[in-house]
Design a protein around this ligand. Structure first.
Ligand SMILES: *Cc1c(COP(=O)(O)O)cnc(C)c1O
Length: 378
């Protein structure tokens, strides 16, 4: 079976993991410092911006929302087509999502629909760069500024994506990244939050470490202090050396991962062009890190196509069931007013996309789809 995701674990990653284990300091330490520094460089963060590594993107989103001042009874505007981690992070603040619809052309937030949803309890807007291609984040930043709201960019799909030439994290407000088991850059588990002001990072260092006022320099030197204070609520969100060591080897290859993935997406588009009954993604791949290739399957044929692909040895995924369909979230504001999400939620299909694929695999996947629609193999 050709899997949807296949992380690239090579000899460099294996060696880094073994080296980190040999170091003997398994918790947060020198590798985390190096990983934060390399990410800061890769994302071209200016001197005021700070990147804080954490254990998952869900943790990063939680910390970003707390930084945005989201608390009990508040609301956060988010596209209904989003990861469960985003909804849970909102819930962890005691707040509720407010669902906004997406654009047909990029499957990301539709900025025109945001303002009517802003209410007295709204604190933040989440912009997801769906698949890793860019969302209309600058429009959202303008709206947020006008209403004094914070913007959290979910860049879990978009590690290395540039928006108008600038890497996500280097402009804008708060940004969150995922390095989980299936993401383009994997730490096995890992995440990061970028804050636009150093003072905000100073709050996050204890927040990620159970609230402890441990000096960073000490931890980054593979040691810890036994005298410390706890100033406020904190979480066990820090990243371990082993994970950071793996991430460093992945980051060194990120540009190649991303260039390959763009090339494979273009080949899919070429091989699937003209197949009736499907819509291929618009080529907005330039400058982007594409995490998944999202095909749209029309006329309710998705379950049959998936079964046919499966019978031909090709797995496929659905990212995701829209949030307004979950029992827990059905009563959120906006849940009944996202018609594009409702329709597209039944059409989206994730095709296999890895950082290193050979053309034969891509042809096998495309031909499994083509044969379902009675098209000759290519
Ligand atoms: C994977 C993902 C997350 C959650 O990331 P974790 O690191 O697994 O917590 C959040 N948002 C999006 C868009 C994702 O794809």
């Amino acid at each position: 079976m050709i899997p949807v995701f296949k992380p690239h674990i090579d000899a460099d990653t294996m060696k880094a993991a073994v080296d980190a284990l040999h170091l003997g300091w398994l918790g947060m330490g020198s590798y985390v410092k190096a990983f934060e520094e390399k990410l800061t460089e890769a994302f071209e963060l200016g001197p005021d911006r700070k990147l804080v590594a954490v254990n998952t993107c869900t943790s990063a989103l939680h910390l970003a929302l707390l930084t945005a001042g989201v608390g009990p009874g508040d609301e956060v505007i988010t596209p209904a087509l989003n990861n469960i981690g985003d909804f849970q992070a909102i819930g962890m603040c005691g707040a509720r999502p407010v669902f906004v619809d997406i654009n047909e052309h990029d499957l990301s937030i539709n900025p025109d629909l945001i303002e009517p949803l802003i209410g007295p309890k709204t604190k933040a807007i989440i912009v997801l760069h769906y698949t890793g291609a860019t969302a209309q984040v600058h429009r959202v930043l303008e709206i947020a500024k006008k209403h004094n709201l914070r913007v959290v960019e979910d860049a879990a799909h978009a590690t290395g994506t540039r928006v108008e030439g600038k890497p996500i994290g280097s402009y804008g407000d708060l940004s969150c990244f995922s390095f989980d088991a299936i993401k383009t850059l994997t730490c096995i588990d890992g995440g990061a939050v970028v804050v636009p002001r150093a003072e905000e990072a100073n709050d996050l260092y204890p927040a990620r470490l159970l609230g402890m006022t441990q000096p960073n320099e000490r931890l980054y030197g593979n040691s810890r202090a036994y005298q410390f204070d706890v100033l406020k609520q904190g979480f066990r969100y820090h990243l371990a050396n082993l994970h950071a060591a793996i991430g460093l080897t992945q980051l060194a290859k990120l540009d190649e991962f991303n260039a390959n993935r763009r090339k494979y997406c273009r080949l899919y588009n070429e091989l699937l062009a003209g197949v009736p009954g499907v819509i291929t993604p618009t080529d907005r791949f330039d400058g982007a890190s594409i995490f998944h290739y999202c095909l749209r399957v029309l006329d309710g044929k998705r379950p049959d196509l998936q079964a046919h692909m499966c019978a031909n040895g090709v797995d496929s995924g659905i990212h995701w069931m829209p949030g307004n369909r979950f029992t827990w979230l059905q009563d959120c504001r906006g849940a009944n007013d996202v018609p594009v999400t409702d329709r597209i939620g039944d059409e989206i299909l994730t095709l296999p996309l890895w950082s290193y694929m050979n053309d034969e695999v891509i042809h096998t996947v495309a031909n499994a789809i083509r044969s379902f629609y009675g098209q000759p193999a290519l």
